[in-house]
Design a binder for this molecule. Structure first.
Ligand code: UD1
Length: 416
């Protein structure tokens, strides 16, 4: 298993190209099965999760051509509606294919996506949403058997603004006759990106980015050439790394408006952030003082996907922070690892109290999940001495060659 070795204590200087968004590209790949024409997707990040999605698509009969960060997907000869267990368990996002495969084939058999290291992650809201569109779903022996032969547009009221369920219902509805209205929809920017992509294929979708999305079913979709949006979670991760370590970093392609909830929680006296011509520049002293209350919420609230990285920042800063995780029930697995590095953190239920002393020390730690792994990298970059992070395959699920990005801006990080 690969590890990262990090020698901490170096400020960061240079430019980072923000990668395409993992959480946008996965539903967009799922959407590609809705058209028989070729689709070109650009700015596809090189990630383990993207490879898992490609393997599932190939198994359905979709052709995937890769050239650098560009993919050409062709679902013309798609001949299967079955996503077997060994592929589904690799990728929680295989659940998106439920909606799109039913939309295309009018049936689908999908292995129940496994639990996950950050919590149970049930799919009841997805299932209810699809049932509201007339899909008959039976659960047997770990599989969902879906019959969409009597689907029709309808009103879907989500019990909670689930990102995945919103995307799934959108994907199921675009080729389904009639008008679908999704109420209490998630408002994440990745949903807007999915809408933009679907519209580029000729779909009729409006309202993404608000809590009410309207979809009118069309008979068929065409091809498209599409650029995936930049990854706001990577952007936030690089900002937190620079705010912790100090230096000056230019982030190309990121959009400040998508991470306001983070920007207002960074210490203004120790870092200055400006956006200029599509480039975000952070200048930081590397001596933050942090006395904030963070509470993760659906967008535009503070993202759960930046909670762990923020904990690393707060641990290395001076001051006391209170961090509440409201979205996932098991998302403090980075805390015991940060404690090994000298962090003073107490967790009770969903609340972590972090008393930052202004420094961390290098240690041997283990990445337990994707964003928790990114948090340990930030902690390693700022810590005194050497940090060894074990099991970095989690980090590879969401960050394209993280060690290269960070080495380019002066970090001392090596993969072994
Ligand atoms: C997506 C993101 C993930 C992010 C999360 C919240 C992708 C590929 N992943 O995950 O990185 O952390 O949004 O911003 O886009 N829930 C149910 N029943 C359901 C669906 C969800 O109870 O049917 C619960 C979940 O367990 C969780 C909460 O709702 O507690 C939010 O989940 P959801 O918004 O669906 O997240 P994902 O789409 O899985």
């Amino acid at each position: 298993m690969s590890k990262y070795i990090i020698e901490g204590g170096h400020p960061l200087f240079g430019t980072v190209d923000v990668q395409g968004a993992k959480n946008a590209v996965l539903p967009i790949f799922a959407a590609c099965v809705l058209t028989k024409s070729d689709v070109v997707i650009r700015r596809v990040p090189d990630l383990a999760d993207v490879v898992s999605m490609e393997n599932i698509l190939k198994n359905l009969g979709v052709k995937v051509k890769k050239e650098g960060n560009v993919r050409v997907l062709s679902a013309k000869d798609m001949d299967s509606d079955n996503i077997p267990n060994e592929l589904a368990k690799e990728l929680r996002s295989s659940v998106f294919l439920l909606g799109s495969v039913i939309g295309r084939m009018k049936s689908s058999q999908v292995a129940y996506p496994g639990g996950c290291d950050i919590g149970l992650r049930p799919i009841d809201i997805h299932i209810k949403g699809l049932r509201d569109l007339g899909v008959v779903i039976e659960e047997r022996a770990g599989y969902l058997f879906c019959d969409g032969s009597n689907m029709r547009g309808g009103e879907v009221v989500l019990d909670y603004p689930s990102v995945g369920a919103t995307e799934n219902v959108m994907l199921a509805a675009v080729l389904t006759e009639g008008e679908t209205v999704v109420r209490n929809a998630a408002r994440e920017p990745e949903i807007v990106d999915l809408q933009n992509f679907l519209v580029s294929l000729g779909a009729w979708v409006k309202g993404a980015g608000t809590s009410e999305i309207h979809i009118r079913g069309v008979k068929e979709l065409c091809g498209a050439d599409y650029n995936v949006m930049p990854d706001r979670i990577c952007l936030g991760t690089w900002l937190l790394a620079a705010a912790s370590c100090g230096g000056e970093v230019a982030l190309k392609g990121g959009r400040k408006a998508e991470i306001y909830s983070l920007l207002c929680k960074l210490d203004k006296s120790s870092c200055h952030i400006q956006e200029d011509n599509g480039i975000i520049i952070i200048r930081a002293t590397g001596e933050p003082v942090c006395s904030e209350r963070i509470s993760t919420r659906p967008y535009p609230g503070f993202p759960t996907d930046l909670q762990a990285q923020y904990c690393a920042y707060a641990s290395a800063a001076r001051g006391t922070c209170v961090v509440t995780e409201n979205i996932f029930e098991n998302r403090f697995r980075h805390v015991p690892e940060l404690i090994k590095m000298g962090a003073d953190i107490t967790v009770r239920d969903r609340v972590a109290v972090i008393k930052g002393a202004g420094f961390l020390s290098g240690a041997e730690v283990t990445a337990r999940d994707l964003r928790g792994g990114a948090a340990l990298v930030i902690a390693g970059l700022v810590a005194r001495g050497t940090t060894v992070i074990d099991d970095i395959r989690h980090i590879d699920r969401g960050y394209e060659a993280m060690e290269k990005t960070l080495s380019n801006i002066g970090a001392k990080i090596e993969r072994i």
